[in-house]
Design a protein. Structure first.
Length: 266
């Protein structure tokens, strides 16, 4: 069952999500969440290495896609010296912007960092519920498999949604709005991935989790937008984004008691 939405409901979700985000860093400091990583040093190492690689790939993509000289040289090499016109270069730049703003690399990022997301989600929920939660390696593997399924599902859905969007905006000659629209759509699915980690801890399946998160789509989208923007901060962004998103999503989920089905549907 899907809730009917009003502007008031949308405003409440965004405000509540924002307030949850403001609590993240004080929550980390007060509860010293980093100490838990001492039992899982491999997570810290994986986070650092992955953050460096993600930053390197992002910087390389920015240089390749936004450098007119690189574009012109690359196309000249492919065309064996054929003269390049401005329209072709403009189209290639536009494709680059599309990849950077809405590309699947963000989905891959979440898959790579799922162990970090799951760890901080479980630690946060344990503190909020006043119970001790210590994930096993088997649980980390299960969380990773679930994230892969969620992101494949999200990626396919986003592609299907993008088809009519491209057609409609193409007919209306509003191509510039395609990337902006898709950015917010991908942001929703990114936020969904973090909120799904909350539902996973209550053994709620992916389909049911997705349906419930849709009732909080404004919060999910807002969370996804903030996370997407944070990812572009070199090195620091990929390093802090997984734990920031995991804690913010868990705080939001706990405040709104998202695990209770009947209250979700009423």
């Amino acid at each position: 069952m899907i809730k009917d939405f009003s502007l008031q409901e949308a405003t409440y979700q965004i405000r509540d999500c924002y307030n949850s985000m403001k609590e993240v860093f004080p929550f980390i400091k007060d509860n010293q969440l980093w100490k838990g990583l001492r039992r899982h040093k491999w997570i810290s190492l994986l986070t650092l290495i992955s953050s460096i690689l993600i930053t390197y790939i992002l910087v390389c993509n920015c240089i390749d896609f936004f450098s007119a000289g690189s574009l012109e040289k690359g196309v000249v090499d492919i065309k064996l010296g054929e003269e390049i016109d401005e329209e072709k270069i403009s189209k290639l730049k536009e494709a680059g912007k599309s990849l950077l703003l809405t590309g699947g690399w963000k989905y891959l990022f979440l898959i790579v960092f799922e162990v970090v997301i799951f760890f901080f989600a479980t630690q946060t929920l344990g503190i909020l519920k006043d119970i001790k939660i210590s994930p096993t390696f088997k649980q980390f593997l299960q969380a990773e498999r679930r994230m892969i399924k969620v992101m494949i599902r999200n990626f396919i859905t986003a592609i299907l949604i993008s088809i009519p969007i491209h057609i409609v905006f193409g007919i209306l000659s509003m191509d510039s709005l395609i990337h902006i629209t898709m950015f917010f759509i991908h942001a929703y699915f990114i936020g969904l991935a973090f909120l799904d980690n909350y539902y996973e801890q209550f053994e709620i399946n992916i389909k049911e989790s997705s349906n419930r998160i849709y009732n909080h789509r404004y919060a999910s989208t807002f969370l996804g937008v903030v996370i997407s923007l944070m990812l572009y901060i070199p090195l620091i962004g990929p390093l802090i984004t997984p734990l920031f998103g995991a804690i913010a999503a868990t705080l939001y989920g706990h405040k709104n008691r998202l695990e209770h089905l009947q209250e979700e549907l009423d």
